[in-house]
Design a protein around this ligand. Structure first.
Ligand code: MRU
Length: 372
């Protein structure tokens, strides 16, 4: 059993200098993405944690490039970036005639859709922008520009509110003294702010619960070690980073009470695509009898897909596997495989925490109802 009683605070809370009697308000000191009117400002996540540097994207192609190269990443965050990229293209258009304007923006939507294939939030956000374009363009270019910028900002603001609701519903799952394991980064950096899986952690922490957070480093891009650890440090929440292959042993030792992850796309039967390695964690959780939770907004549901087998899985450059920060770690010319996501079958998921409440099995009917 872990050195933490279910009643009261665990031994490590006292020894690691936790503010055990303090109710901490978790506030984000950084902005993942911002609409600046004539540009989209993006916190360049490739440089974290060494450097906090912002990218000013002055056209839609540079926003698309930022998504493709993962300067911004995380399903809800790339949805917001996509919407802002389209609003930016509209703002900077050289077309005055509504039909030519609409056609040029359709090309932009197409370009943005090509950036990353797995997270459905990207396509969901493009579709929302496209609907506005189709509805308003006949009323004039200037009016459409304004409406598109408003829609992009609405998508941004809604995302923060949705995350806070997910946090409120999810915080009940965490008790003081628990060990919580998360994978990749499903925090403020992966969303417009606050986060999904980390939003649950922030909400529980803000309520005064004290528990231990473990972050899988998340090979090959190290979103856990670089990003989750960085943002929890910003929020003054202690975190312990482990390599991905340590999770099973920690579970076996009784250090983990629940696993909490985000999602990139959830099929209508509840199968969930998330960062590669999530599936292994779910299998390990089942073996050890540990609840496995997914925290995700309704925008991550894709009811057009019957099961996880239909979810397109991005494959990235094998250099992410064969190299470490530019240096080769394998023999020259060796083969490698680099799927960026995997699919966790719904049978391994205890509940999906959404802004409309936690959804438990059987998922299909309930997921359809909340998406309606
Ligand atoms: O490749 P990434 O870094 O975009 O993958 C991100 C994830 O897998 C996240 O867990 C997911 O998008 C949920 S973010 C709230």
């Amino acid at each position: 059993m872990p050195a933490c009683g279910r009643q009261g605070l665990p031994n490590w809370a006292a020894t690691e200098g936790f503010p055990t009697n303090l109710k901490v308000q978790v506030r984000m000191k950084f902005k993942t993405i911002e609409w600046k009117g004539d540009r989209v400002r993006i916190l360049d996540q490739r440089r974290l944690p060494q450097e906090v540097r912002y990218l000013d994207c002055r056209n839609a192609s540079s926003v698309a490039q930022a998504i493709r190269t993962m300067a911004i990443r995380g399903a809800p965050a790339i949805g917001v970036a996509a919407a802002m990229g389209i609003a930016l293209a509209a703002k900077k258009t050289l077309f005055h005639q509504p039909e030519a304007f609409r056609k040029s923006l359709e090309k932009v939507c197409y370009e943005i859709r090509q950036t990353r294939p797995t997270a459905v939030n990207l396509f969901w956000a493009v579709d929302r922008m496209k609907r506005i374009l189709d509805q308003v363009h006949a009323h004039g270019v200037e009016k459409t520009k304004t409406k598109l910028a408003e829609e992009a900002l609405r998508i941004y603001k809604e995302d923060v509110e949705v995350n806070q609701k997910i946090g409120e519903f999810g915080k009940r799952l965490i008790k003081s003294g628990d060990g919580v394991l998360t994978h990749c980064n499903a925090g403020a950096l992966a969303t417009a702010g606050y986060g999904t899986a980390l939003g649950v952690i922030y909400a529980a922490w803000a309520e005064g619960k004290r528990f231990r957070v473990f972050a899988d480093e998340t090979r090959p891009q190290l979103q856990g070690a670089r990003l989750t650890a960085w943002e929890l440090v910003q929020g003054k929440i202690p975190v312990t980073v482990i390599t991905d292959n340590m999770a099973g042993w920690l579970m076996e030792k009784g250090e983990i009470n629940l696993v909490l992850v985000g999602a990139d796309r959830i099929a209508r039967n509840g199968d969930t695509a998330n960062k590669i390695g999530t599936y292994s964690l779910a299998v390990l959780s089942k073996w050890h009898g540990i609840p496995f939770y997914v925290a995700a907004p309704v925008s991550t549901l894709d009811l057009t897909l019957a099961s996880g087998w239909d979810i397109p899985i991005e494959e990235r450059d094998i250099k992410e596997v064969t190299h470490f920060r530019g240096n080769p770690i394998t023999p020259k010319g060796v083969k490698a495989f680099n799927p960026a996501f995997d699919v966790t079958p719904h049978s391994l998921i205890h509940a999906i925490i959404t802004e409309k409440g936690p959804i438990r099995k059987p998922f299909e009917r309930k997921l359809k109802r909340i998406k309606a």
